[in-house]
Design a protein around this ligand. Structure first.
Ligand code: 13P
Ligand code: SF4
Length: 318
């Protein structure tokens, strides 16, 4: 934990409560810097699931979005799981309602269903195996070539994986409002201004953006790539919360957030992620709310494909 960027009295009270209540605070890389700094662990969505599955803490506070809290609860049902602001949804998960997805997969009864972790528990319950952007390629490739696959909900990620693997997965047409926003023209404009800059992109971006990227990867892969260069200039096409960690791992580097289509808004920020604040985190620990609660039958059906993902990831050393 690093208090450097935090409000120290809030951070101190959070730390005291965390110890008293045997709570662990998990934060995604898109969280505000002060939340990342008080968290026990900061990671990508795969790492958050892995920590939630193995922690000894009695309480898990997930500073991320709702599906990340659900994933923690699914894996640790006997623990209490909180998200500081339960309104922290995800436009990608919202683009895939479970009833519609159920009708969609029933049209392909001989297909394996692979779902991105950015989905509700009800969608995971309809799924054979879950993936994150860190392991999607390897998990798809773990099925023999020729396996018929339905993939949802992120169409950009699905197209990207189809291109990498030569598969022809049937894709659900969902998208993330943040990653859809990046402007190819404005990225190319920045490249003109800084020809040495490397473009880093998350695979939820549109294929036109991915085509001009020097490196495409999950949040943890982007961090590793940027940390591997001492100094260097980077144009980063993912949620700018990640710049906090990038700057820490590569203090001499220059990180430029990729601009959105609309130059008058901050629409490259995930408004859902930013609903969590340090004050709400403190309140959440004090009041032990708001809590993630799931119907047990849905939780049980959603657990199987997540455990399958964790097993394959472990086998592959991811
Ligand atoms: P990662 O799995 O790369 O952390 O991404 C999660 C996410 O929500 C991307 O928008
Ligand atoms: Fe969901 Fe997009 Fe926010 Fe990630 S950045 S949590 S995919 S809305």
């Amino acid at each position: 934990m690093d208090y450097k960027h935090t409000n120290s009295s809030l951070a101190g009270r959070i730390d005291r409560l965390r110890r008293e209540k045997n709570a662990v605070i998990l934060a995604h890389y898109y969280q505000a810097a002060d939340i990342q700094d008080v968290a026990d662990y900061t990671g990508d969505s795969l790492a958050l699931a892995q920590w939630a599955a193995k922690t000894d803490a009695e309480i898990i506070v997930v500073c991320g979005v709702h599906f990340m809290g659900e994933t923690a609860k699914i894996l640790s049902p006997w623990k209490r799981v909180f998200v500081p602001d339960l309104g922290a949804g995800c436009s990608l998960a919202d683009s895939c309602p479970a009833d519609e997805f159920g009708r969609f997969v029933r049209r392909y009864p001989d297909h394996t269903v692979i779902s991105y972790v950015n989905t509700t528990a009800a969608v995971k319950a309809l799924t054979d195996v879950v993936v994150t952007s860190t392991n999607a390629r390897q998990i798809v490739e773990s099925f023999p070539f020729g396996t018929k696959i339905v993939f949802g909900p992120d169409e950009n990620l699905g197209k990207y994986i189809n291109g990498l693997t030569g598969r022809n997965m049937v894709l659900w047409s969902g998208a993330c409002h943040v990653h859809e926003q990046f402007s190819l023209e404005r990225i190319l404009g920045l490249k003109g201004e800084y020809p040495d800059a490397l473009v880093l992109a998350h695979p939820e971006c549109k294929s036109a953006v991915l085509r001009v990227a020097d490196f495409v990867g999950s949040t943890s892969a982007l961090l590793r790539f940027a940390g591997g260069f001492v100094g260097g200039r980077f144009i980063v096409a993912t949620e700018p919360g990640i710049l906090h960690r990038m700057r820490r791992e590569n203090p001499g580097g220059e990180f430029i957030p990729a601009p959105p289509l609309d130059s008058t808004c901050a629409c490259n920020e995930c408004s859902f992620m930013k609903l969590n604040t340090l004050d709400k985190l403190l309140l959440c620990l004090e009041s032990e709310s708001p809590e993630i609660v799931l119907p047990e039958d849905v939780r049980r059906r959603a657990e199987r494909p997540i455990r399958r993902m964790l097993e394959i990831s472990e086998r592959l050393g991811l």
